[in-house]
Every structure is written in structure tokens, then in C-alpha cells.
Design a protein around this ligand. Sequence first.
Ligand code: GLU
Length: 432
Amino acid sequence: MAEIKRGITVLNRFERIHVDDENVCRHCMAQLRRVYKGLELSPEELELLERPRRTFIVSFPVRMDDGSTRMFTGYRVQYNDARGPTKGGIRFHPRLTLEDVRNLAYLMALKCAVVDIPFGGAKGGIIVNPKELSQGELERLTRGYIRAIHGFIGPRKDIPAPDVYTDERIMAWVLDEYEKTLGKSAPGVVTGKPLALGGSKGRSYATALGGSYILDEALQVMGGLEDSRVAVQGFGNVGANIARILKENGYRVIAVSDSKGGILDEGGLDIGEVMGCKREKGSVAAFPGAEKITNEELLSLGCDILVPAALSDQITEENASMVKARVVLELANSPVTVAADDVLFGNGVKVIPDILANAGGVVVSYLEWVQNLSGETWRRERVIGRLKRIMGSAFREVYGICREEECSMRLAAHLLGVRRILEAERLRGNLR
Ligand code: GLU
């Protein structure tokens, strides 16, 4: 293994761009070599996929409410831009690492290729526990991060969006800070904005809605499950919306959870009431009249469909054999480790992979960006209609490969994404 050398360029008093000489995504490397065994990628193709194009590490000061100044660290990785400007969310998390961001940026590149929208992949984030900050501190933190990276993002360059613990309020600050720095209007620089600032109808629940379309398609080809029992891990934007949508569609949502714990009711939970409890008391675990369970117990419940909609690495080699669901719909990014994937496949559990299942968010982000660039505002029906068509055809393409290659849906989705990225690289003259 080559020695890791690092160089730091100081651009001004407030921003430092850190260039990691060994700019390789180790997780992707491991995943690539494992997942693509048999794909016969050339060494050049492999190397091209293993290396993010640009990696930024920035440190910036934030004035806290008590008058003190704290330094924060933020990342932005622009993984691959062969198919278009890079696209991907901004995550606020206390345990965020550069390695996570790289891996998530790689998944964004594959995801945009799988649903065939003209974007490359990126991801960014700040190491912070947003729950410990006041509203004012959160705003100054967001603005500080955007000032540090503003030269590297833009409507035709790299377009951020919400991700774990970031929302439309934060995207409004992203837009405002970017436009102030630039001195002109640029609504296409960020997606997931509030409607009043150029956001798109349908964006706030697009990830969950897209996931529900994929699940419907999957159950159609796999044979529907009568009165399906669903368990959802995570009750943020995606988890709460998928629980609501699946209940509306006639599924029985028997369990949900958030970071403080979970609840179970075999008869089916009233999701509207659970949402009210989360709003008022801060957690679904405080919901009266349902059995309390842990997040770990939720993953091994006797149910038909398990929806991990929280963080990554939830189903691991240790607990994968305990999963009893027939279908796992990955609405979180990377919720199943590579080793756990083999165990689930061996046990006949059908995993609908993240880069297909949760692509609805970035699809409506794309539709928001198209509206911003053309100055149009579309009706909800138009947005949702296009989302449904895009998700449907991506599912059929992935499923077709799955049947042809007799492989898992994860492998099929990765094959499709990789083929499309490599084709763009080839056409640009970067590969033979
Ligand atoms: N954060 C979401 C994802 O992981 C959405 C990204 C976007 O809309 O750009 O897919």
C-alpha cells in the first residue's frame, strides 16, 4: 500500500482545501472488487472508478450564541462528473468521516446513472451534532460551510441537496449564502429548497414516494404479498413518509423506530398519530399503546417488508441471519454491509438496493433543477407523473439485468450504473 501523503493549500483566512494525495475511496475499492468480480473491468476502468475526481476538506469558524468561536470541519467530494454536473446531499452528523462522504458520493454517481438523469455524483457534510445547536448557530454554521465551498459548487458544476439531518430550511440558507457571495440569482445551485424559493412540488416526500413505486413494481414481478406487514427503521423525512404512504396504500405498518427506540403493534400502527407523537414528544418511542422494542429487535421482526430508512451499516454480518423479512427496501444509503449482503442473498431475502430504491429524492431534485433553469413551475401531477415513469423504467432495466445475469438486484443496479458511467468516460475520450 502506498504511503499516504497529504498536502494542504491555504486559500484565505477562512478556508483550507485539503488535497489528499492518496485520493482513493477504499470502501468503494473493496466494494468494487467484490461486487464486480466477473464483470471483467480493465485495470484502467477500475482505477477510474476508485478515484473521486475532487475532494475538499474545509475548516471554518462559527460564532456561537455565548460569544465564543468554534472551528468546524466540512467535506465535499465530487466523485465523478462524466455524465454531468455532480449532485448529492449535505449531511450533518457528529460521526461523519471523509471515508463515509466518499462512499456516499460514489453511490450518488451510480444512483444518477441508474435512473439515467444527467448528473454525476457528489456528497458533502459537516462533523456536527445539529441537535446541540440553536437555530442561529445552525444558520451561521451552514453559511460558513457554503462560504468555504462556494467556488466549487454551482448550477452547472455541483448541486447540493438535503441529506441526513438537513432540510429545506437549511437549503434556503445555502441558496441565500451562495447568491450573496456570487452577487446574482442562481436558484439551480441547490435543490430541496422551500417552494417559495424555487423548490419543487413533491420534493419533500419524493424519496419515500419513489421507494413506494419501486416496491410496487418489485412485488408485481415477485408476486404480491397479501396484507403485507412492514417494519420501518428511522422516522425522519424518509422513514415517516414511507410509513405514511405504505399505510395509505393498504400495507400494515407494524413497527417503526427512531434513534431513541421503536414501537410494535401487530394489528398495525396509526401512522398519523405516531407522527403527532414524534412532533410533540420528540420520539416515536413515547407513543402510548404499543409495545416498546429496540432498533435491533425491529430489524429481526417477523414481517414481510423491512425498510431501513436511517443510517448506514445497520444490517451487518452479525445480525443479517436474523432478518426474517422477505424483502428489504433500502431507503437509507448503504444500510446493509457488503458482507451482510451475501448472507441475505444466501437466505433468499430480496434486497432492493439503495441506488434504485431511494433514487426518488434525486430524481425530483433533477426536476426541480430543470424547473429552475427554465424558469418554470410545474404542477404536482406533472412532477409526480415524471417521477413514476423514471422510477418504473429504472426498475425494469435493473430487473432485466438481474434476470439476464441471474444475479442479485444490487449487482444488477451496480452493473447498470457502472456501464453508463464508463460509456460516458469512453465517449469523452478518457477510456479506450
Ligand atoms: N440525499 C439524497 C440522496 O442521497 C438526495 C440527493 C439529491 O437530491 O441531490 O439521494
